[in-house]
Write a protein of this length. Structure first.
Length: 170
């Protein structure tokens, strides 16, 4: 037998062994992906409750006063966004940005001081800034950021909720 005839079967056997032969197991198929959970239906929106009328003192039990065109609930959101950093969340003048200001921010919780100010005065200082009423230039004009007149009145209405003793319509 010639060497070339003997080498062919040996070469074929070597390739068969090198490629794994029949001893290897077939690759396992990937596990199926589970189906997503069905979406739950959204809960129905809560039914709004009507605003209660002002109490005998004139202070609102809800978000409005008859003497103010603003909505205190809407003003609360704007106050938290634009005012609380200086005036504090409760109007006590302790906001983190206000701690370094000279003069210190107004204390909206001081009813003795705040209740003596007219609604128009509060509107002007919020709308046009402190300089408009002879106060600090550090009090920015917020009228544009608040979206105009209604936004300013909303903040005035909220500021009135902070006073102790409480604000009353005159």
């Amino acid at each position: 037998m010639s060497i070339s005839r003997m080498l062919f079967p040996l070469l074929l056997a070597a390739v068969f062994v090198a490629c794994g032969g029949e001893s290897e197991k077939p690759a396992a198929e990937p596990a199926p992906v589970p189906a997503p959970e069905p979406a739950t239906a959204p809960e129905p929106a809560p039914v709004p409750t009507p605003t209660p009328p002002p109490s005998e003192t004139g202070r609102a039990n809800g978000p409005t006063w008859d003497c103010l065109p603003g909505d205190a609930e809407a003003g609360k959101v704007a106050y938290a966004t634009f005012c609380a950093s200086c005036n504090g969340a409760t109007g006590d003048g302790s906001g983190p940005a206000g701690k370094t200001l000279v003069p210190k921010p107004a204390r909206h919780d001081d009813g003795t001081y705040m209740n003596a100010l007219s609604n128009e005065h509060l509107f002007k200082v919020i709308d046009q800034g402190g300089m408009a009423v002879g106060k600090s230039v550090l009090m920015a004009a917020w009228g544009g950021a608040l979206g105009g007149e209604q936004g300013v009145w909303d903040v005035v209405a909220f500021v009135r909720t902070l006073a102790d003793p409480p604000y009353t319509c005159e």
